[in-house]
Design a protein around this ligand. Structure first.
Ligand code: UDP
Ligand code: MG
Length: 316
């Protein structure tokens, strides 16, 4: 294989994953016994309140491939991902969850894609075992995202993927603070290969996603990626303006032809409520954008490190 001695970096965000970290570590070690690659594993302890950090320190003292970065508090998975990307030194970087929902057995296929010259090898899961409601909602969400917001996203594709060195560097060139990685991965482009896998349910610990988290994440994704939603507000406003001009003209003619008639309560109240709702909605959309400008203007770092045994990769 031409990949002899290439280094692969793993990025594993871990937030309260004390049971899972030793398991995934074991699985990765086993997988690499039969692969001719060097590897390092960059764990990001995202401000866990359990003993994740102690487990990582222990792993690091026993195994030389272990790197860890421990945050001062919980900064969220997006921050953990960017920390991983900044610290990973390999020619190929694989992002994988700590909770064993991303099958380690896919790694040889990912590396094969890398050898074939793909810059992103993306794992796509099916949704077996997920609730019908959740599947339906996510289908609808992806439809809206693709058609309305114009971000090329596919259902079942998450952060589990391999990135080549130049794809990682491109990701790091995107400096925005408010990160929606799913969209950014698609935005950077490059040759992409998709491989499929069967959905796996979480065995240990709990998912960090409540329904309200998911809804907020969805809104974030829709609104923060480009200015299409503002465009949509503009079009809806324009449509209603034209419609009301037609209506006003008709009324005007009627008033002249038939004298003043008292318009009904129903039409008045529905116009007021409808337009009021629409105004608030559009204001909300604008507000979301302004809120984001506010955060970007602060230029805060994505995360703060309490303790680590590695360094950022120097950019040549
Ligand atoms: N995670 C993280 N910070 C957070 C939430 C989650 O680093 O604030 C990590 C978590 O430890 C796991 C991965 O991100 O390795 C995916 O999280 P989870 O399994 O809760 O999400 P799901 O698989 O349900 O999408
Ligand atoms: Mg999970």
């Amino acid at each position: 294989m031409s990949g002899v001695q290439s280094t692969v970096s793993f990025i594993i965000p871990a937030y309260n994953e004390v049971e899972n970290v030793p398991l995934i570590h074991e699985e990765l070690r086993k997988e690499f016994e039969s692969l001719s690659y060097q590897y390092e594993i960059v764990y990001i302890d995202d401000g866990s309140s359990d003993n994740t950090l102690e487990v990582l320190q222990k792993l690091a003292s026993s195994f030389e491939e272990v790197r860890y970065i421990s945050f001062t508090r919980n900064f969220g998975k997006e921050a953990a991902l960017i920390a991983g990307l900044e610290h990973a030194k390999g020619e190929a970087v694989i992002i994988i969850d700590a909770d064993l929902q991303h099958p380690v057995s896919l790694i040889p296929d990912m590396l094969k894609g890398f050898e074939e010259g793909y810059d992103q090898v993306i794992a796509q899961r099916n949704r077996t075992g997920d609730s019908k409601v959740r599947t339906g909602l996510s289908n609808l969400y992806y439809l809206l995202m693709n058609k309305l917001v114009d971000v090329d996203l596919k259902n079942g594709i998450g952060d589990f993927r391999l990135l080549s060195r130049r794809a990682v560097d491109s990701m790091l060139e995107l400096k925005e603070g408010n990160r929606f990685s799913k969209g950014l991965f698609s935005w950077i482009g490059y040759d992409q290969k998709i491989i499929h896998y069967e959905n796996v349910q979480r065995q240990q610990g709990e998912t960090k996603w409540s329904m309200s988290n998911l809804v907020n994440y969805g809104i974030d994704g829709m609104i923060s990626f480009n200015h299409k939603p503002l465009r949509i507000c503009l079009y809806v406003g324009l449509f209603i303006l034209v419609l009301s001009l037609v209506y006003i003209t008709i009324m005007f003619v009627q008033v002249f032809q038939q004298g003043v008639s008292v318009p009904g309560y129903f039409t008045t109240i529905s116009a007021v409520l409808f337009l009021g709702g629409l105004h608030l909605f559009s204001l909300g959309v604008i507000g979301e954008y302004i809120g984001r400008i506010y955060y970007e203007a602060k230029q805060r770092p994505h995360y703060l490190v309490r303790e680590t045994n590695t360094t950022r990769r120097k950019i040549e």
